[in-house]
Structures are given as structure tokens and as C-alpha cells.
Design a protein around this ligand. Structure first.
Ligand code: NI
Length: 174
């Protein structure tokens, strides 16, 4: 297992769609384990493969990854392969949503309240679940990553341009 480098906006792999996984082989299993270690190290509650530069449709998440009493074990996160949102309803504002790939920025993002997710688990078994609240937001955020969409693509044009200006300033001052 290894901690991988988390890419940040405007890195190319974050902005392009990822391909479906055809077979869950050792390469994919290693990728998932590395993503787990990377997510806990960051720490974050979710991570999508494009964030570590791999444009394949896999996401991982763990609602408790940031808890102070987490002892750093990386075997409790869940992985979803080829996840899709097959139903979505309602509307909520996800307050101060952030992303490990969008440094030093958060914003309120309009999200669906409830989603139904269909995916494969790490053993290739199909699964389907309905969720709302924080997990619903995580699902929408992470699956967006697989389509090359970041939360900053879901805020107003004005807010996005302010963020880009701020980022350009920071990059120039380094
Ligand atoms: Ni993200």
C-alpha cells in the first residue's frame, strides 16, 4: 500500500471523464487500497480515482475518516465501482462543501436531497442503496469527479471566477 499524490485543480485528469472498470483485477484492488490510505492520510471523507490521476470509475468513502479517535486503520472505508445515480429527488444546500483537490476553498452547493446509487462492490457484486443527508452529498460529489466535474462547476459563475482569481494569485506568489 502507498499514499498517492492528490492532484489539485486545474490538473487535467480532474477535468476529464473516467472510463468504466471492466474487470476488478489486482491493479484495481491496489488502486483502491492506496486510495484508502491516501484518504485517511489527507484526511477526507471521500476520494475518487481521478484525484490520484487514474481516470477509472471508482470512488471510496468513510464518514468517520476525520474523527479524532480514528486510529488510522484503513480497512473500514467502502469502495464503489462504476457507481451511478439512478434516481435523485429533493433539493438541499450542502454548506461549505470542499474538496481535497480544490485547495483552501469551500462554498455552498445546491445538491439533491436523496439519491439512489447503483454500483459494484469490491468483489464485483451489484448493490443499490438509497441515501440522504451527508452521504447523499458525498455520493453526488464523488460521482461528479468521475465525470470530470468539481464542486466549483456547480456554483455561480461569479463565485467561480473569484476562486480562479484567488488561485492565480496564489500560484503567482509561489
Ligand atoms: Ni472532491
Amino acid at each position: 500500500m502507498a499514499i498517492r499524490n492528490i492532484l489539485t485543480y486545474p490538473e487535467k485528469s480532474l477535468l476529464q471523464p473516467s472510463v468504466k472498470i471492466e474487470s476488478i483485477d489486482d491493479e484495481i484492488r491496489t488502486l483502491i487500497n492506496d486510495m484508502g490510505e491516501t484518504m485517511f492520510d489527507a484526511p477526507g471523507v471521500g476520494l475518487a480515482a481521478p484525484q490520484v490521476g487514474v481516470n477509472k470509475r471508482v470512488i471510496i468513502y468513510d464518514l468517520h475518516a476525520r474523527d479524532k479517535d480514528n486510529d488510522g486503520t484503513v480497512n473500514e472505508f467502502k469502495a464503489l465501482i462504476n457507481p451511478e445515480i439512478i434516481e435523485a429527488s429533493g433539493s438541499i444546500v450542502s454548506e461549505k462543501e470542499g474538496c481535497l483537490s480544490v485547495v483552501d476553498y469551500s462554498a455552498d452547493v445546491k445538491r439533491y436531497e436523496t439519491v439512489v446509487v447503483r454500483a459494484l462492490d469490491i468483489d464485483g457484486n451489484p448493490l443499490e442503496f438509497k441515501t440522504d443527508g451527508i452521504l447523499s452529498v458525498i455520493m453526488q460529489h464523488e460521482i461528479d469527479h468521475l465525470d470530470g466535474i468539481l464542486f466549483i462547476n456547480r456554483i455561480s459563475v461569479l463565485k467561480r471566477s473569484l476562486y480562479k482569481k484567488k488561485l492565480a494569485k496564489e500560484l503567482n506568489s509561489n
